[in-house]
Ligand binder design. Structure first.
Ligand SMILES: Cc1ncc(COP(=O)(O)O)c(C=O)c1O
Length: 450
């Protein structure tokens, strides 16, 4: 099959581009459109690079659409947070759901990160990537029996439990296996996080966590289960939270509860503060890791316990981009469309959340700017990546970079409309590696029977 052969060709293993003079040349300029700064994605002589690799080169080799991740950007974000919390005992449990590629997980785990998982699939990935189970916390509102068993057998650090029935289910499975399950209760602090309604999780109307007012009672109840060991408290108020105040309010409420629980005799070892720290997609001004830590450490430090963080987007969001090529240009009476080879199956955030992603040409152009909608080939009007963008007049075949696509992008992708997903590529300095092959047509029907 032609499609299969194509995909295989573009997946041939490794390529290294030697361009040692580039970093020293002083010719790397950070892109700064609308105040967005992505220092690992920079133009050199009019060509957009990831670190020291030409994105055009990657597109040619890996095909489009494809996702490109910067190792340096991933590590910089991880170290920024790690450093900001250096004054207290802490563990960063990277939230796998944001970007689950094995190479990304392995990279972060090699620096000491733990992981936050939400399914047995994510546990499987984490273990395959070499993450020690004792650094894994398991969040999620509906854990199945099989998932609970797998986590117990693997020996994870903690189950973040969201209801009494879930406590009972974990206790039953632990008893059957002759084990004791480490437990923390996820408490819903009832705090407004001012984020998209779909990613807000800390209000009492949401399905998440145990209501704040019922938490003490829930701990008392949990202590009655023989095969559970209560070791922590947990919360998560939402994702892409760009203000400090919601965190401060929520942490202060849970810290009060933590002290109360300790006074009641519960020997809690950690406070898991969740994830949610936002990033810049366009004009947002989220706190830096240092600003975040400065605001919340006065609340957390006096608790004298381990602090677990579950950042996802903060680490991976601006460490990745999506490369896509213009298939056709199309004009209607009212609009200019650039139909590209990435669709909502590859990047669903615009369709799902009305999310903004900066788009730029991989090869800079002096052509006059024209307002254009960047849309995918999928049979849905909701299949768009960017609307009403002023971009230099595009040509068929032009290569575009969709920024801030390192988080909730590939992990939310699908094969909708029979579309094999593109490759994932990890850049490290002046070389890159395909860390997930582009899918083939055979991949689309794997496991099916007539
Ligand atoms: C329980 C939990 N922890 C951590 C995260 C990671 O969030 P973020 O990627 O915004 O840091 C999420 C995502 O919503 C989550 O549900």
């Amino acid at each position: 099959m032609e499609g299969t052969k194509d995909s295989e060709d573009r997946n041939s293993p490794f390529i290294a581009i030697r361009w040692p003079a580039l970093l020293d040349s002083g010719l790397l300029f950070p892109i700064n459109y609308l105040g967005v700064e992505m220092t690992e994605f920079t133009y050199h002589n009019g060509e957009l690079c990831c670190e020291e690799v030409l994105l055009a080169e990657i597109a040619q080799h890996a095909g489009t659409p494809c996702f490109v991740y910067s190792k340096r950007a991933l590590l910089n974000a991880y170290f920024a947070l790690d450093k900001a919390f250096a004054k207290i005992d802490h563990l960063i449990c990277y939230s796998i759901k944001s970007n689950a590629n094995l190479a990304v997980l392995n990279l972060l785990a090699s620096q000491g990160a733990g992981m936050d998982i939400v399914s047995q699939g994510e546990l499987y990935r984490a273990l395959k990537a070499g993450v020690p189970p004792e650094r894994i916390v398991y969040s999620g509102v509906g854990k199945s029996g099989a998932e609970i068993r797998y986590c117990l057998e693997s020996g994870i650090l903690s189950f973040n439990v969201e209801s009494i029935p879930e406590l009972a289910a974990i206790n039953r499975m632990a008893a059957a296996l002759g084990k004791t399950a480490p437990i923390s209760l996820r408490v819903n602090p009832d705090v407004e996080s001012n984020t998209h309604e779909y990613t807000s999780t800390g209000k009492k109307e949401s399905k998440f966590g145990i209501p704040y007012d019922e938490a003490l009672q829930a701990y008392t109840k949990a202590a009655e289960f023989e095969n559970l060991r209560l070791i922590g408290i947990d919360m998560h108020i939402g994702s892409q939270v760009t203000q400090i105040e919601p965190f401060v309010t929520a942490f202060a409420k849970i810290a009060d509860l933590f002290i109360q629980l300790r006074n009641e005799g519960f020997e809690l070892e950690f406070f898991d503060i969740g994830g949610g720290l936002g990033i810049r997609y366009s004009e947002e001004t989220p706190p830096t890791a240092a600003e975040f830590a400065e605001a919340v450490l006065p609340i957390l430090k006096p608790l004298d316990c381990k602090i677990i963080l579950e950042p996802g987007r903060f680490i991976s969001g601006n460490a990745g981009i999506l490369l896509t090529r213009v298939i056709h240009l199309k004009q209607t009476g009212v609009k200019n469309f650039a139909v590209v080879d990435a669709g909502m199956n590859d990047l669903i955030r615009p369709s799902l959340y009305n999310a903004y992603h900066q788009v730029s040409l991989v090869t800079e152009s002096d052509s006059p700017k024209v307002k254009v909608d960047i849309v995918g080939p999928i049979c849905e009007t909701g299949d768009w990546l960017a609307k009403d963008r002023l971009l230099p007049k595009l040509e068929e075949g032009a290569l575009l970079c969709v920024h801030s696509a390192g988080a909730y992008s590939f992990t939310m992708s699908s094969n909708y409309n029979g579309r094999p997903r593109g490759a994932e590529v990890l850049v490290d300095g002046d070389s890159y590696r395909i860390v997930r092959k582009a899918e083939t047509l055979e991949d689309l029907i794997r496991g099916e029977e007539i």
